[in-house]
Design a protein around this ligand. Structure first.
Ligand code: NAD
Length: 517
């Protein structure tokens, strides 16, 4: 299978040339559908990371001095360029991750939506806020938003374009520089997005690309950063959070999930089945928010299971650079082996396989069938561990109370879905689930795509959040600039303190009554 025509050798050379690297080492990037090598990706070492920060820091001083309007003009041009050239990013994502074209296209839409949201919202979010100061009339206090400096941004392979570019956007608009480390498996598409930012007018050096295995350069990224934005596994998140804490810098950790879906008795089954298939198998089950546990009342379990399995069997799996396949490949052979081992462990311990369960070597080295299991018990690895593949388990429940308790019985709290005809009732069930995203009559998109609302993981699914006002403010420090028009706060040496205390008490009471303080 040939690579798409939008990815000629010169483009690949240009993209790999963007990596800050003097190490002489490289990583072989392969086309997931065939396993064939595409290009050698240079690797950075800790000294390269330091160089990247120095370059980004110099550019950031210039960028932060630009008026917000000028920075936003760059992002408007970037938005336009991505609308025009998005399919090249889509091709690169497919080559590197093996995902279905529809999902790769949706990733570009995520970046477009986040960019246009912050273009509109940034002037309001970042504007200075003037308050009355400690003494009415003679003093003022102004909250000023100052960019953190240079953000270390570490992204995973499953949604590389979105988790790199969408999370970079509010940081950049707020005036920061970025040192960006995508996963080795998924760097080319990210480099392409960064090249579009430069084409749109970003100052030279503001976004620096470094590559390498996390344990080799992760420490240097955090040690040189003013803030860390990390998306990836909970295990890595714990390491990064500890180091950020040690360095007294802030971080956002967007981590894993084991997300539940509850089907209430009055749910519309046609809609629920279509939505559940999407929420379970999108991105070949490699989405942090995708569904891995389905809870259905005993009353509807038989009908739901029969119709759901029929729908899963109809999923078109394939590895082509067009929009035909519903589902693509897993990202790599090791990821396919991990998914397969979870299924084999469950089957060995007594789970029932309703459909799927096998690799598809006829399609490519990392393909795996959409798989549905039931009779899953606590001793099976996939009962609690994130599988991160096209595998879902169906469980029954006797009461809504029990369904909520089962949904909450996990260390994670990223996403949850509730389906029901009575939307208010379904919403109130959803609100009882300890998760950062609750979707009523949808699996995940309705919450994730609401860019005005801030969201993040509860429990072991994360610290901090993205999107909304908080998703931009986190990349700033707040400075309180207070001004006294006349010095009235210092007491003269001959102050009568008894009188002064009485006067102060009277003044505080008066101000509370007037609502001034
Ligand atoms: P991972 O933690 O192995 O890797 C993520 C990134 O961190 C990669 O770039 C990797 O090279 C880097 N890394 C690894 N070890 C590091 C270290 N010690 N220091 C610094 N960087 C290091 O995760 P993964 O397997 O690539 O991604 C899948 C995981 O990401 C899943 O658990 C998924 O749920 C989670 N995820 C979460 C979200 C979210 O928004 N909550 C989104 C996408 C993926």
């Amino acid at each position: 299978m040939g690579l798409p025509s939008t990815t000629p050798a010169e483009l690949l050379t240009k993209l790999t040339g963007m990596v800050v690297s003097t190490s002489g080492c490289s990583h072989a990037v392969t086309e997931v559908y065939t396993g064939e090598q595409v290009v050698d990706l240079p690797q950075s070492d800790p000294v390269d990371v330091q160089t990247a920060y120095a370059t980004a820091r110099a550019a950031q001083a210039v960028w932060a001095s630009w008026p917000l309007k000028r920075r936003l003009a760059v992002m408007k041009r970037f938005h336009e360029l991505l609308l025009e050239c998005g399919l090249t990013a889509v091709d690169l994502m497919q080559i590197e991750t093996g995902k279905a074209r529809r999902m790769a296209f949706e990733e570009t839409c995520d970046v477009l939506m986040v960019t246009s949201h912050y273009i509109k919202a940034a002037p309001r979010i970042l504007k200075e806020r003037k308050h009355g100061g400690v003494v009415p009339i003679v003093s003022t206090s102004t909250e000023v938003r100052v960019p953190k400096g240079v953000v270390g941004l570490i992204s995973p392979w499953n949604f590389p374009f979105a988790t790199s570019l969408s999370d970079a956007m509010p940081a950049l608009i707020a005036g920061n520089g970025i040192v960006l480390k995508p996963d080795n498996k998924s760097t080319l598409n990210v480099a392409y997005g960064v090249s579009l930012l430069y084409e749109a007018g970003l100052p030279t050096g503001l976004v620096q690309l470094v590559c390498g295995q996390g344990p080799d350069i992760g420490s240097a990224i955090i040690d040189n950063a003013d803030y860390v934005m990390f998306t990836g596994s909970t295990a890595t998140g714990r390491t990064i959070g500890a180091q950020a804490g040690q360095n007294l810098i802030g971080c956002t950790l967007e981590l894993g999930g084991k997300n539940p879906l509850i089907l209430l008795d009055d749910a519309d089954l046609d809609e629920a089945i279509a939505g559940t298939v999407t929420a379970t198998f999108l991105n070949t089950g490699q989405a942090c928010m995708h569904i891995e546990r389905i809870y259905v009342s005993e009353k509807r379990r038989e009908e739901f299971t029969r119709r759901f399995v029929e729908a899963v069997r109809a999923i078109q799996v394939g590895g082509t650079y067009d929009f035909a396949p519903d589902m693509g490949s897993l990202v790599s052979v090791p990821q396919r082996e991990r998914v397969q081992s979870h299924v084999e462990d469950a089957l060995a311990k007594g789970a029932t396989l309703l459909t799927g369960g096998k690799p598809r070597p006829d399609l490519g080295p990392a393909f795996f069938e959409p798989t549905v299991l039931t009779d899953v018990t606590e001793d099976m690895v996939l009962a609690r561990t994130e599988t991160f593949g096209p595998v879902v388990s169906i469980y029954g429940y006797a009461s809504v109370e029990q369904a909520v308790a089962l949904a909450n019985d996990t260390e994670y709290g990223l996403n949850a879905s509730v389906w029901g005809g009575d939307r208010k009732a379904a919403e109130s069930v959803g609100r009882r689930i300890r998760a950062g995203n609750i979707n009523v009559n949808d699996g995940l998109a309705v919450s994730y795509a609401s860019k005005k609302s801030t969201s993040g993981g509860f429990k072991a699914s994360g610290v901090g959040s993205r999107h909304g006002d908080a998703g931009m403010l986190k990349y700033t420090d707040v400075q309180n600039v207070a001004v006294l028009k006349k010095q009235v706060l210092t007491n003269p040496p001959d102050t009568d303190w008894a009188k002064q205390v009485a006067k102060t008490v009277k003044g505080l009471r008066f101000m509370r009554k007037l609502g001034i303080r």
